[in-house]
Design a protein around this ligand. Structure first.
Ligand code: PMP
Length: 354
């Protein structure tokens, strides 16, 4: 049987999740290698007692906690079923056919997908040396541009843009165009020149900053992220297009528990360990002869080009799953020191260097 789908479906790019292979070391999805804190697991278990009830549709307690933490009104904060859900909601609320959705490329693969779903035209501006080329992006802003994504640090290249260039870019975008700064990896940033985009909201009310509990907070499996906007209109629009009850009580409670000072300081200590490992992995790769862009995230990028799939197969053969982007490069998440060593052993033995 053939059913009729939207024309866009014929060419919709697919989302390729990092593979989970039984028994293999998974360095493919930028997850945290350690399980949630026992305290957080306890709160999840408590929340499970109310699983016969729908969750609070607006994640009120969490939104208020996040608003207080970031010093903004609660109406400027919106929670989502992972920040990826907020990205879909942004496209649904902002972009339509004949509009343009602008982003750097290569970047997070959800951006072209949501652009295509909305029917808007994607405008993908090539990175320069694996870093967002914000002046080229500014040159591509047109009267049709409605939505802009800047992923900082960038997935999958791990690089980050600096405050001065980001501010220059924001100044160049008309103030009725929604700009999204996707800071999924913000907590791993160590370069002081990379801004906390929340500090840019006052001067740029058209901005929305996305954060997630999936990476530094180790809750990828529960699906919870949030946005902080320079204005209340965008969060309001995102709530309008949200699937009802998208954020579970388990996720809301786990996020709240993770924000409590004792839990959060333990989680941020883990982030520090990951950052130390990230720098060790990069330096080891460089000593092996690889060229590796500076990483401000919890992963590194190997610019393998045509060798990418072969390299990924070599990793698979050694029981290590990485995330290849055919013809371009491989993204390797930072795991525990032992997991990273297993990866470094494969990299050391690989015959070519890029
Ligand atoms: N943005 C970026 C740049 C990401 O890499 C990811 C996760 N791969 C997300 C958003 C989505 O994260 P989540 O939906 O788990 O919050």
């Amino acid at each position: 049987m053939t059913v009729r789908l939207r024309e866009a479906m014929a060419t919709l790019p697919g989302y390729v999740p990092g593979r989970t292979v039984a028994g293999a070391i998974k360095l493919a999805s930028n997850e945290t290698p350690l399980p949630p804190l026992p305290y957080v697991v306890e709160r999840i278990a408590q929340a499970a007692q109310t699983a016969n009830r729908y969750p609070d549709n607006w994640s009120t307690e969490l939104v208020e906690a996040l608003a207080a933490r970031h010093g903004v009104e609660a109406e400027r904060v919106v929670a989502g079923c992972g920040s990826v859900s907020l990205i879909h909601q942004l496209a649904a609320a902002v972009a339509q056919p004949a509009d343009e959705v602008l982003y750097g490329w290569r970047s997070f693969e959800t951006y072209p997908i949501v652009a295509a779903i909305s029917g808007a035209d994607p405008v993908a501006v090539p990175l320069r040396d694996h870093v967002h080329d914000l002046s080229a992006m500014a040159a591509h802003v047109s009267e049709r541009t409605r939505l802009v994504f800047v992923c900082n640090p960038n997935n999958p290249t791990s690089t980050a843009v600096h405050r001065d260039e980001l501010v220059r870019f924001l100044d160049a975008v008309p103030d009725d165009v929604v700009v999204v700064i996707d800071e999924a990896y913000h907590e791993f940033v160590t370069d002081a020149r990379v801004p906390d985009a929340l500090t840019l909201l006052d001067d740029h009310p058209n901005l929305i900053v996305l954060r997630t509990f999936s990476k530094a907070y180790g809750l990828a499996g529960l699906r919870i992220g949030y946005g902080v906007s320079g204005n209340p209109e965008v969060p309001g629009a995102l709530r309008q297009v949200q699937s009802p009850f998208a954020v579970t009580t388990l996720a809301q409670q786990a996020a709240l528990a993770s924000l409590e000072p004792e839990a959060e300081s333990q989680l941020m200590a883990r982030v520090k360990d990951i950052v130390i490992e990230r720098d060790r992995v990069r330096e080891t790769l460089i000593a092996q002869g690889w060229t590796v862009p500076q990483s401000e995230a919890n992963f590194v990028w190997l610019r393998l080009g045509e060798a990418t799939m072969d390299f990924s197969a070599a990793c698979d053969a050694a029981g290590v799953s990485v995330r290849p982007f055919a013809g371009d490069g491989a993204r390797v998440s930072i795991g525990t020191p032992e997991e990273n060593d297993a990866f470094l052993t494969v990299a050391a033995a690989y015959p070519t260097r890029t």
